[in-house]
Design a protein around this ligand. Structure first.
Ligand code: NAD
Ligand code: 0WE
Length: 257
């Protein structure tokens, strides 16, 4: 989907080879993109190892998205190396584990703040920091990853559902704000996939079964399929699409009972 020859992108949220962000990195690198990959502290080795497998060696940088200083430093280095940027992928999400286990009504002030900061505010911070680099290229494209728990109640998704609702609203407000500068902002809302972020979520296998039983396509989705949808939105093929939340869930979201 699309040609990324000569394009430069920043991808945030690779933890390991199962990460949706890693599938996106591969999908756009295969089509010619030169990438910067960022990792959260503990994943440095994993990401360095993975980066060997890309056709063009990526810039690999640390970035905790809750730190304004680390975000600034990433864009400084990306600007030095690439002299601008064409796209950003935001694939970071986190809520304290307790918040995904306790009843939603017990959501703590701190758990709420952390989930919102890392999973929603960070999209605004990254988009703002990318603007000067996008402007050097006459525009840009931002894609984030969401989940249907933003609109519907899934047991235990809890404060992450509220954070994803905020994230999807931020996509629309950002799209309206930066659209006049030729920058597009979209989300891909993926069906459940057994990644690190899903590991240890109580009842996750059950969620996978509910989806594959009820989804119109009667199956689950793979990271590569989510990545291709992201590549579409990041590429020139998606040039008239902004402020959109594209569901890539084998159709699960249309079902009633
Ligand atoms: P993953 O665990 O591979 O990726 C989550 C990433 O968030 C990790 O790389 C982690 O390092 C990063 N992260 C967490 N806190 C961070 C911080 N403070 N600073 C920087 N990075 C931080 O899992 P994934 O499933 O690939 O998740 C990627 C995105 O896809 C998330 O936004 C998730 O909500 C979304 N998503 C996942 C599924 C699913 O079922 N796996 C479904 C729909 C949407
Ligand atoms: O967004 C997510 C999960 C993100 C996530 C995962 C964790 C696990 C480890 C955020 N914070 C944490 N904190 C941790 O300590 N998904 C879309 C995957 C997911 O999680 C669910 C789901 C689905 C789907 C939780 C309950 C129900 C469905």
């Amino acid at each position: 989907m699309g040609d990324f020859t000569g394009k430069h992108g920043l991808i945030v949220g690779v933890a390991n080879k199962r990460s949706i962000s890693w599938a996106i990195a591969q999908a756009v690198a295969r089509r010619g993109a030169r990438l910067a990959l960022t990792y959260q502290g503990r994943f440095e080795e994993h990401v360095n190892d993975l980066s060997q497998g890309l056709e063009q060696p990526p810039l690999v940088l640390p970035c905790d998205v809750s730190s304004d200083a680390e975000i600034a430093s990433v864009f400084e280095k990306v600007d030095q190396e690439f002299g601008g940027l064409d796209f950003v992928v935001h694939g970071a999400a986190f809520a304290p584990r307790e918040e995904l286990e306790a009843p939603f009504v017990n959501t703590t002030r701190d758990g709420f703040r952390i989930a919102m900061d890392i999973s929603a505010y960070s999209l605004i911070a990254l988009t703002r920091a990318a603007m000067p680099l996008f402007e050097k290229r006459g525009g840009g494209s931002v894609v984030t990853l969401s989940y249907l728990g933003s609109q519907r109640v899934f047991p235990n998704y809890n404060v992450m559902g509220v954070a994803k609702a905020a994230l999807e609203a931020a996509v629309r407000y950002l799209a309206a704000d930066v659209g006049p500068k030729g920058v597009r902002v979209n989300a891909v809302s993926a069906g459940p996939i057994k990644t690190l972020a899903a590991a240890g979520i109580k009842g996750f296998s059950n969620i996978l079964h509910v989806y594959s039983d009820r989804a119109p396509l009667r199956r689950n989705v793979e990271t590569g399929e989510v990545a291709e949808a992201c590549a579409f939105l990041l590429s020139d093929a998606g040039r008239a699409v902004t402020g959109e939340v594209l569901l890539v869930d084998a159709g699960y979201h249309v079902t009633g009972m």
